[in-house]
Ligand binder design. Sequence first.
Ligand SMILES: C[S@@+](CC[C@H](N)C(=O)[O-])C[C@H]1O[C@@H](n2cnc3c(N)ncnc32)[C@H](O)[C@@H]1O
Length: 260
Amino acid sequence: MSKKNKLQRFAEMEAFPHVIQADFEEVFQKDYRLKGRWAKDFFGNDKPLVLELGCGKGEYTVGLARQFPDKNFIGIDIKGARMHKGAEQALKEGLKNAAFVRTRIELIASFFGKGEVDELWLTFPDPQMNKTRKRLTSCRFLQLYAGFLKPGGLLHLKTDSRFLYSYTREVARHNKLTIVNDYDDLYHSGLEDEILGIRTYYEERFMAHNLPIKYFSFLLDHPAGLQEPEVDIPRDSYHNAGRSVKLYENDQEAPADLRE
Ligand SMILES: C[S@@+](CC[C@H](N)C(=O)[O-])C[C@H]1O[C@@H](n2cnc3c(N)ncnc32)[C@H](O)[C@@H]1O
């Protein structure tokens, strides 16, 4: 994406009525003004609220908003240029139940009040194999989500990463959280439906390399005293240790456990 293009997108985002880009200063030390009031003061209704964390281009936020006019959806990501795509699409389609917040997920407690959120989607987050505390399904983050999820709120994880999928299952099992769905190869499971059939940008990329997509969902029904499981999880060899992803040129180069 060219620099100019990026700047144009940022400028447009500033004018979008359904995009919030709060200053770091605005939320670092005090709560954002819509905290606890999104349904009434922003969406103008009292419908349930669903978040997509690390939404990228916001395929789930837009796709779910289309399918469920009786719920409100907010996509959250730090990268505004990516988010622009979903924000523009929602505007084009006149989706009144979709919005976007550009912020770091670490600051999310400043945006949502106790029990304000019904469900969370984590769509292809970085597995963060080296840093448990940065992993979006670590106990540290689950504790953070528990601060604004309804009691027993539902979390959905869609991922290509066997590491992240296995780790998240261990977290759920170890903490006796209720597992709702567990599929290590979603698109060969027979479960495919309209919701799970929404494909994100990263998902398409992983699928093009024949990586099986995993879907795991669970209830955050015992959020007090969450503990990290003490297990060694085999690492994905195709994810770099940092933020980026190195995909194999063809399936035969991928680790055997990830081949079709
Ligand atoms: C691998 S991409 C997936 C994007 C999208 N969900 C998809 O499937 O195409 C991970 C996304 O999470 C965002 N992200 C990672 N860590 C974040 C953080 N701490 N706060 C906000 N966004 C974050 C990145 O900016 C990126 O857009």
